[in-house]
Design a protein around this ligand. Structure first.
Ligand SMILES: NC(=O)C1=CN([C@@H]2O[C@H](COP(=O)(O)OP(=O)(O)OC[C@H]3O[C@@H](n4cnc5c(N)ncnc54)[C@H](OP(=O)(O)O)[C@@H]3O)[C@@H](O)[C@H]2O)[C@@H](O)CC1
Ligand SMILES: Nc1ncnc2c1ncn2[C@@H]1O[C@H](COP(=O)(O)OP(=O)(O)O)[C@@H](O)[C@H]1O
Ligand SMILES: [K+]
Length: 498
C-alpha cells in the first residue's frame, strides 16, 4: 500500500479525473459511501450521531456520509460549521443533493451553545471538517469546535485525516481532533506514521474509492506488512547446505556488554543463517559462547580483523566506544566488500568517518534509532521525529547508504530514495536488546534474499510480528524480553509457512 503526501494525493485525484474520466463528484460519492461502510463497524442505530461538516472536499465527503447514514435510518444530526459561501464545487453539489433528498441541516452560528448541547447528548461524533487541505494552525470556529469534541466522553470518528492534523511531515505543533478511529481515503498520509501526529488518528483503516491503480503516478513510498513478507520471503531449498544460507560475521560485544553480540548472532541463526562467526574481546568469549554454541569465535584485534570469506558483516552491538573501536569500524568500512551493517556503538563511532561511508561501493546498512540518527546528522531527536521521511531520504541519497530508522513505525530507505514503512511490533520491544535482535535478523535476511530492500523490510516485519505473536500467545508487553523474540521466531516462521 502506498503512503502519500497531500500533493501526491491531489495528483492522484487529478490523474483520475483526467485519465479515466471519473469525475470529482463521483469520487466524492464513492468516498463518502466507502467511509460510511467502514464506520458502520463502530456505530449502531441506537447511537445519537453528530456529523460536523467543513468547507472543503472533506466536508463534501461529510454530506455524503450524513445522507447515507440518514437513508439507513441512523439517528444523525448534520452540522455545517462554516458559512454557506465557503462551500463550493463538488462539496456544494453534494450539499444540494443532501438538501434535495429532504434531510435537515443545522447551521453552526457564532455561538457554540447549540452545538455543545448536541454534542453533550450524542454518543458519536464524525469529523468531516478538514482533511488533507489543512493549512496552518486551526482557525476559529474550527479550533473551538475541535476543543469541544475532544472534551466530550464520546466516540470520535474522523474522515481521512483528523481535523487539524497536517497530512505531511515537518509541522511541530498543532491542535487537532482526537479520533478513536480514522477512515483514511485511498492511501495513508505521511502523518499517520509520525510519533507526534499518529495518536490523533487512533486506530486507522483505509478504504478504496475507485482510483485507477494502473494509471496512478509511481510512488516511492509504501507500507510493508506480513502479506508482503509471505510474498517475498525466499523458501528454504530442500537441497541447500549451510553455505547456501550465508556466513555472517558479527563484530561487537565486550567484557561489560557481552549480551548484545550474542543476541544478534543467535537471532541470525534462528532466522535461518547458515554459519555465524563472532569477533569479540577475548574476555567476553566465555560468556557469549554458551548462549550461541553454534557460533565460531575470533578475537577482536586493534590492528584489524580478517574480513574476507563472509557474506555479510555487522558491527557495533555492544562494541563499546573505546578509541580503538573507531579504527575497527573504519577498517571494516574500507575492507568489507559485501554488505556491512552498522548498529549501536558502531553508529556513534561512524560519525568520525562519514567520508569513508561515502566512498564505499558495497552496500552499507545503518540501523539507527532517532537518537542515533540525530547524532549522525547533527539534528536534534525532535527534529528527526518531526520529519523522519525527508531526513532519512536525504542522508541515504547523500551517503549512498540504506537507512533503517527504527521506532514504532520503522522507515527503511534505499540510496535511490525508495522508502518502506514497517509498523509491526508493540511496546514490548521498547526494551534494551531489541535492536541487537533486529540486527541479527537483518544480517540473516541480507544473506538469504535477492534484494536488499526486501531483506531489510522483511527483517523488520519478522522482528515486530514476532513480538505481536508472543503477546497474543501469553507474554505481555511488560515482561517481553529481547531474548524471547529470538526464541519466538520459530513460531513466526511456522505461522508464515502455514
Ligand atoms: N482523491 C482525493 O483527493 C479525494 C479527496 N476527497 C476528500 O477531500 C479532502 C481534501 O479536500 P480539500 O482539498 O478541499 O481540503 P479540505 O481538507 O477539505 O480543507 C479545505 C478547507 O479547509 C479550510 N481550512 C484550511 N486550513 C484551515 C485551518 N487551519 N483552519 C480552518 N480552516 C481551514 C479552507 O478554508 P478557507 O481557507 O477558505 O478558510 C478550505 O476550504 C480529502 O481529505 C478527502 O476527505 C474525497 O472527497 C474524494 C477524493
Ligand atoms: N513501541 C514500539 N513499538 C514497536 N516497535 C518498537 C517499539 N519500541 C521499540 N521498537 C522496536 O525495537 C527496536 C529497538 O531498537 P533499539 O532502540 O536500537 O534498541 P536497543 O539498542 O536497546 O537494542 C527497534 O527495532 C524498534 O523498531
Ligand atoms: K476530517
Amino acid at each position: 500500500m502506498d503512503i502519500v503526501t497531500a500533493q501526491e494525493m491531489y495528483e492522484r485525484d487529478r490523474v483520475t479525473v483526467e485519465a479515466v474520466g471519473l469525475e470529482g463528484k463521483m469520487l466524492m460519492e464513492n468516498a463518502g459511501r466507502a467511509v460510511t461502510q467502514d464506520m458502520l463497524r463502530h456505530i449502531s442505530p441506537q447511537h445519537k450521531i453528530v456529523i460536523l461538516i467543513g468547507a472543503g472536499n472533506n466536508g463534501g465527503d461529510g454530506f455524503v456520509i450524513a445522507r447515507t447514514l440518514m437513508n439507513l435510518n441512523y439517528d444523525v444530526e448534520a452540522w455545517q460549521v462554516v458559512p454557506d459561501g465557503k462551500i463550493t464545487g463538488d462539496a456544494k453539489a453534494h450539499k444540494e443533493i443532501f438538501l434535495a433528498s429532504g434531510h435537515p441541516l443545522k447551521m453552526y452560528s457564532h455561538s457554540s451553545e447549540d452545538l455543545e448541547s448536541s454534542l453533550c447528548h450524542a454518543d458519536v461524533c464524525i469529523d468531516a471538517m478538514l482533511g488533507i487541505g489543512a493549512d496552518g494552525r486551526l482557525r476559529e470556529p474550527l479550533a473551538e469546535i475541535v476543543y469541544l469534541c475532544n472534551e466530550q466522553a464520546i466516540l470520535r470518528l474522523a474522515v481521512d485525516v483528523p481535523t487539524g492534523v497536517p497530512a505531511d511531515e515537518g509541522v511541530e505543533k498543532f491542535d487537532a481532533f482526537h479520533a478513536h478511529f480514522t477512515t483514511i481515503i485511498e492511501a495513508p498520509k505521511l502523518s499517520a506514521f509520525l510519533q507526534h501526529a499518529k495518536p490523533f488518528y487512533g486506530e486507522w483503516s483505509v478504504v478504496e474509492i475507485g482510483l485507477p491503480k494502473q494509471k496512478l503516478p509511481n510512488c516511492s513510498r509504501r507500507l510493508w506488512g506480513v502479506q508482503d513478507v509471505k510474498r517475498t520471503l525466499p523458501e528454504r531449498d530442500a537441497h541447500s547446505h549451510k553455505g547456501t544460507h550465508g556466513k555472517g560475521l558479527f563484530v561487537g560485544g565486550s567484557l561489560f556488554m557481552p549480551g548484545s553480540v550474542a543476541m544478534s548472532a543467535r537471532a541470525a541463526l534462528r532466522s535461518g543463517a547458515g554459519l555465524v562467526a563472532i569477533a569479540t574481546d577475548e574476555q567476553a568469549i566465555p560468556s557469549v559462547s554458551p548462549y550461541v554454541q553454534e557460533a565460531t569465535f575470533v578475537e577482536l584485534k586493534e590492528e584489524g580483523q580478517a574480513v574476507s570469506g563472509y557474506d555479510a558483516v555487522a558491527v557495533g552491538m555492544g562494541l563499546g566506544r573505546r578509541p580503538y573501536c573507531g579504527k575497527v569500524v573504519k577498517q571494516l568500512m574500507q575492507e568489507v566488500d559485501g554488505p556491512l551493517l552498522i548498529d549501536a556503538d558502531g553508529l556513534h563511532l561512524l560519525k568520525g568517518s562519514l567520508d569513508e561511508l561515502e566512498r564505499r561501493s558495497a552496500p552499507t546498512v545503518l540501523t539507527p534509532h532517532p537518537g542515533e540518527f540525530a547524532h549522525l546528522t547533527g539534528l536534534t531527536a525532535p527534529e528527526v521525529l518531526q520529519s523522519p521521511f525527508v531526513y532519512s531520504r536525504e542522508f541515504a541519497e547523500r551517503y549512498g547508504a540504506y537507512i533503517v530508522l527504527k521506532g514504532p513505525s520503522t522507515i527503511i530507505t534505499a540510496p535511490d530514495g525508495e522508502q518502506r514503512v514497517d509498523r509491526s511490533g508493540n511496546a514490548g520491544l521498547a526494551k534494551g536488546g531489541s535492536g541487537d535482535v533486529l540486527s541479527g535478523i537483518l544480517i540473516s535476511m541480507i544473506m538469504q534474499s535477492n534484494g536488499l530492500m526486501d531483506a531489510l523490510s522483511n527483517g523488520c516485519v519478522l522482528h515486530g510480528y514476532t513480538a505481536e505473536l508472543l503477546v497474543e500467545a501469553g507474554h505481555s508487553k511488560v515482561d517481553l524480553l529481547a531474548s524471547d523474540v529470538i526464541e519466538g521466531l520459530s513460531r513466526t516462521f511456522r505461522t508464515l509457512s502455514s
